[in-house]
Design a protein around this ligand. Sequence first.
Ligand code: UDP
Length: 483
Amino acid sequence: MDRSQLHIAILSSPGMGHLIPVLVLGNRLAAHYNIKITILAITTSSSSAETEFLKKSTLTNEKKTIEIIPIPSVDISHLINSSTKVFTQLRLMVREALPKIHSTIASMTHRPDALIVDIFCTQILPIAEEFKISKYAYHPTTAWTLALAIYCQVFDKEVEGEYVDLKDPLKIPGCKALRPDDVVDPLLDRSDQQYEEYVKLGMEYAAFDGILINTWEDLEPETIKALRNNEKLRSVLKMPVFPIFPVGPLRRTVETTERDEVIQWLDKQNHGSVLYVSFGSGGTLSTQQMTELALGLELSQQKFVWVVRPPFDGDADSAYMNSTGKETRGMSGYLPEGFLTRTNGMGLVVSMWAKQVEILGHSSVGGFLTHCGWNSTVESLTNGVPMIAWPLYAEQKMNASMLTEELGVAIRPAVLPTKVVKREEIEGMVRMLMHTKEGKTIREKAKKLKMSAENALSDGGSSYNSICELVKDIRSRLSVISL
Ligand code: UDP
């Protein structure tokens, strides 16, 4: 074993949306900087989508510098009840996994020189300190949501009552103001445990040596500037300099080797003619909303690929912890009667899971109706695909707001996610995105952002430089620690 080689351990929270960008980051560091990477992947359950994905993962590179160690799922059933939110569950899962993470690191013959942990794993701080390892947090979404998480400890003291009841937008210093309607889920109810967990998370961020963000300079210039220089934000962090590393967009690039049914169908469609519809790895719609969406797609007469999972009349992220990729009810049981027959040839309905990256990269896809999970968003942006933003949970309303109002690469239903979007509105949005002059303008903006993302990642680009800075920072702390 080469002891002089830098060794970084990356810890990913449960869920595909966390595992995927962590694998991409690990692969990039290993491939470009000859760093040994150990990925500690906490999974949601032994039969979870992540476990399956890890089994099939081909990310281990030729030089064998990436090792993936799955951290088996932990039982948190004694800590939760039927109303415990996913955010809290994820924090608890990581908390309960800490002893296993500790023993895994302790048993490594080549101890990591640095730890990078993703959002729900910020509770690892005492372990990093015990092993005297430098520590970096990885914030898997935007700089804007990072600024909110950090500044929330101030809001917690200053805001009275519920955030959603505020008349005025929340002012995060130096950043776009946040409409009360668009706050992240943990801020919806201050008496819920997830609120407390969220405020704690923001405080934990401040104790890290640096924070990586899955964004890039050109996408959020003002917010990145504010995180670096705004006095008010810095005073919350109690740091003279806040080291942030915008390293994004971290997203998978896949070469389509096997042309499955969906790709073969897309091969036969016209350029840019298909709308791709998906709500991420765990998003679900209510029964009524699913009917409206189906009938709206049908009314639009637009070609589509729709990844469906059974409707659920509770929290929209209810499937997040259990996205096993298996479904037993049969689609015709919950889609409107005759829908599959009437749309035969016009649309393809896929159950539970599709190869999203390949689909969004296909030239026949011209639009994406998305729940605005950040991975899905960057996968769309990096393919220049404009969006219909349909946020469901977590920070997705903020993402939708940024995509529509700031970046102009998406349109959004007029009603909030808590209300039902009617079929006529869906038909109208689809037609507008795919056929009108306004849709064309949105498409052109999406193409420009694709270029901007490519520039950021290319040699000498802002995200490329940011990763170089990160590696330099890790090395410099190493020499200080070993003195
Ligand atoms: N994904 C996929 N196929 C699916 C659904 C999701 O490949 O049918 C992938 C998608 O490409 C993305 C991730 O799962 O990389 C979902 O992450 P995102 O942040 O968009 O949403 P989340 O599932 O975390 O809400």
